[in-house]
Write a protein that binds this ligand. Structure first.
Ligand code: ADP
Ligand code: ASP
Ligand code: MG
Length: 410
């Protein structure tokens, strides 16, 4: 008998019909002799609707109350799914995050899971009951409701799978797996049968929202096999698993795009030790994640410093940077929110030179200007004008992924 955690995303529970379809799928998994924990997201569009409501009553909605509000989306889904299951003759019980003690830190809006009371879940499963858990939410030490950041139900599911030592965590979504790039942008995107945790971590952190990055971190740390698949069909999806040697044979396994960053530049900063820390510390203290950072070569003792932050934190970061800029005598601050970060990812890059150069050639042929570059062992990212984002994804996919496949096949 297996123990399976299944997670259904917003589209998969987007209507009463869809919820009934999910109930049938869960019932079949149970009928096959498995114990099943189901984690669900809010119905499609609900989290955005709630955020809009918050914005309609307050210019800057309070962070604690925003989490209380957002957590209601998942509360609706768990209740409806448990009802649908019971109606179909399947014993089921719903739990909110705090009821199974999904303990998190207190960073509202992007809380991190610290522990989960697995005994509670295992106990509820004992007599064959399906346990339906609200994704995306937890509770802090002070009994405040927290949420895990957009897409956080993936993380709830993998964390629960790790806690109860499930055989597999199945992520059911509106595409059939993890593709070489977003299939909604590039019709030639190809479904991957398998992807390593490290490649998936890069893809998730670089904008492939099919899995929230924290969920992949949990999966890697606790060795949870993750199967990303469609809730609309039975076809096998993508396994996110431990790396094996054959995976390095593929040079570029994916192209990603992230439109959720903004760029801030401090002009003519005095080039002195300690200034980068002075500029970035207040931002870090506000829990804002700075991504790419570049500093130009110093000219006459002055330099420009450019970095990117999540667009949601952009106004806050800009305010902080303006304050520091005045303090340290920088000439000014410029910023740009219409930027896109486009990246290519692949384990094979560790041992092959030339991917970055090829990437820059392909972009230049389309007349796309590169504003920033960053690399790691298995990825190259560039920041470009957002209006070229989709074009860049398609031409890079064509040159580096599709062409790569042709070479491999030849
Ligand atoms: P859910 O609501 O089920 O959590 P999401 O919208 O969060 O679903 O994630 C699924 C979406 O991720 C897909 O619809 C697709 O547009 C997008 N996506 C981006 N990059 C990829 C990729 N490389 N492979 C698959 N899907 C991707
Ligand atoms: N409902 C949340 C969101 O829209 C969490 C999730 O769907 O994973 O981000
Ligand atoms: Mg999601």
């Amino acid at each position: 008998m297996g123990l399976i955690v299944q997670k259904y995303g917003g589209t998969s529970v987007g209507s009463p019909e869809r919820i009934k379809a999910v109930a049938r799928c869960v019932a079949a998994t149970r009928a096959a002799g498995n114990r099943v924990v189901v984690v669900v997201s809010a119905m499609a569009g609900e989290t955005n609707r709630l955020l809009q409501l918050a914005g309609a009553v307050a210019a800057q909605p309070d962070a604690r109350e925003t989490d209380v509000l957002l957590a209601t989306g998942e509360q609706v889904s768990v209740a409806l799914l448990a009802m649908a299951l019971r109606d179909a003759g399947v014993p089921a019980v719903s739990f909110l995050g705090h009821q199974i003690r999904i303990a998190t830190d207190s960073v509202y809006g992007r809380a991190r899971i610290k522990s989960i009371d697995a005994d509670n879940v295992l106990h509820a499963l004992e007599d064959g009951t399906v346990v339906v858990v609200a994704g995306f939410q937890g509770v802090d030490q002070g009994a405040n409701i927290t949420t895990l950041g957009r897409g956080g139900s993936d993380t709830s599911a993998v964390a629960i799978a790790a806690a109860v030592k499930a055989d597999v965590c199945e992520i059911y979504t509106d595409v059939a797996g993890v593709y070489t790039t977003d299939p909604r942008i590039c019709p030639n995107a190809r479904k991957l049968a398998r992807i390593s945790y490290d490649e998936m971590l890069e893809m998730a952190s670089l904008g492939a929202k099919v899995l929230q990055i924290r969920s992949v971190e949990f999966a890697k740390r606790y060795h949870v096999p993750v199967h990303v698949r469609s809730s609309f069909s039975d076809e096998p999806g993508t396994w996110v698993v431990e790396e094996d040697p054959s995976m390095e044979e593929v040079l570029v396994s994916g192209v990603t795009v992230d439109l959720n960053e903004a760029k801030i530049t401090l002009q003519r900063v005095p080039d002195r030790p300690g200034l980068a820390a002075k500029i970035l510390s207040p931002i870090a203290n506000a829990h804002i994640v700075v991504d790419m950072i570049i500093q130009n070569a110093s000219e006459e003792g002055f330099t420009d410093m450019t970095f990117t932050v999540p667009r949601a934190d952009y106004q806050k970061a800009l305010g902080m940077v303006r304050e520091v800029a005045a303090e340290i005598g920088a000439r000014g601050v410029t910023s740009d929110t219409s930027v896109a970060k486009v990246s290519v990812v692949g384990l094979g890059m560790r041992s092959h030179a030339g991917v970055a150069a090829r990437m820059f050639q392909v972009l230049s042929k389309e007349g796309i200007n590169i504003q920033m570059i960053s690399t790691s062992e298995i990825k190259v990212s560039v920041v470009i004008d957002a209006k070229y984002a989709e074009l860049a994804v398609r031409v890079l996919h064509h040159a580096l992924v599709e062409h790569g496949f042709e070479e491999a096949a030849a």
